[in-house]
Design a binder for this molecule. Structure first.
Ligand code: FNR
Length: 344
């Protein structure tokens, strides 16, 4: 159902795609130590949580992703509508085809805006102000990318982004301006405060893979840390997100929430992430496959599948609520640096 260019764009990763594969494989390093005879029934299972003041029916959110028109004509409008139908947090990418205002209108659920910092400060300011006015309740600062990643297979096709769709937020016909590709590489921790002062909104720094970075960002005012390698789409050779998680959780030390994304495909992956210290997870590609197959309803069904799978897997794991999950539910396979840090 998804056009070839769209499929190559979405499914691939950077370089040899080692990190992309590792994002899935590394979950296997962490076995589930399920508990038995703990008196749970289906009705006991509660997957609701709170994140930066939002009440969430589950720890799942839709990760920010650009260019949804590559997989479905309705693009982000349908993805956002599907997230709303499933009452799920939608993160709107700065690289969307639709405008942030169109996306805000399309969802009935909560929403955050992801910023690609533009070298032209007027553009950056205007994106942030528009996001605030459109009702986005937090800003995600993506720190690990310069716009949409382009897998080799997509580049080999000549990077066939749809000529009839541009980056909506920068479209002069829709009230935008500036060149999307003119992105700032020289981001610093001072930029966190800039966003907070301008918008008064909490800032999530996305793309964190090192504990000392997480610490620096929190000291600089970050309200949450998103452990992510951008779905293996930017730099190949960095560790899987789940591998990077334990030392970061330790460094964060509950000062702010930790979000994890990368390779989340089933309830059991979410259980691992939460047991190892994440507060919530973001899901990327599966949302776009749902969009491609069934528009808004497809997205809704992906979210419902993950929520139901999480619930039944919690029952089998022997945990009633997310706050019950802790490292006691995880057995670590093999020794590596992350292992000793996690244990320590
Ligand atoms: C992304 N991602 C991303 N991240 C971001 O901060 N801004 C963006 O515009 C995009 N664009 C984007 C496009 C596509 C097609 C994909 C697949 C991903 C990364 C995304 O937010 C998230 O980190 C990963 O997708 C999570 O990994 P999984 O769930 O796809 O394995």
């Amino acid at each position: 159902m998804i056009p070839k260019a769209g499929y190559e764009f979405v499914s691939g990763g950077a370089g040899d795609e080692w990190t992309l594969r590792e994002n899935r494989r590394a979950f296997n390093n962490y076995h589930i130590a399920a508990k038995r005879l703990v008196g749970l029934t289906k009705d006991n299972i509660d997957i609701s949580t709170q994140l930066l003041g939002l009440k969430m029916q589950s720890p799942i959110m839709v990760a920010p992703m650009g260019a949804h028109a590559m997989v479905h004509d309705q693009g982000e409008k349908d993805t956002a509508r599907g997230a709303g139908l499933a009452n799920t947090l939608y993160c709107s990418s700065g690289a969307s085809n639709a405008t942030l205002e169109e996306i805000a209108k399309a969802t009935t659920g909560p929403k955050w805006f992801q910023l690609y910092w533009n070298n032209d400060l007027q553009v950056t300011r205007s994106l942030l102000t528009r996001a605030k006015e459109a009702g986005y309740s937090a800003i995600i600062l993506t720190a690990d990318a310069l716009g949409p990643g382009q897998p080799d297979a997509f580049k080999a096709m000549g990077s066939p982004f749809r000529p009839d769709r541009n980056f909506g937020n920068h479209d002069p016909k829709k009230g935008g301006f500036g060149n999307f590709f003119d992105q700032k590489t020289s981001l610093t921790t001072a930029d966190i405060q800039f966003i907070k002062k301008l918008t008064g909104l909490p800032v999530i720094v996305k793309g964190v893979l090192r504990p000392d970075d997480a610490d620096r960002f929190i000291r600089a005012g970050a309200n949450a840390i998103q452990v992510s390698n951008h779905g293996g789409r930017q730099i190949d050779g960095v560790p899987a997100s789940i591998t990077a998680l334990p030392p970061i959780v330790k460094a964060v030390n509950k000062r702010v929430p930790v979000i994890l994304d990368g390779g989340i495909r089933r309830g059991i992956d979410i259980i691992r992430a939460i047991a190892m210290g994440a507060d919530a997870v973001a899901v990327g590609r599966p949302m776009l496959y749902g969009l491609g197959l069934g528009g808004a309803q497809g997205v809704e069904s992906v979210i419902n599948f993950l929520n139901n799978d999480l619930k039944s897997t919690m029952l089998l794991t022997g945990a009633a609520k997310l706050s019950d999950l802790n490292p006691d539910y995880i057995e670590i396979v093999g020794q590596n640096e992350e292992y000793s840090t996690f244990q320590g």
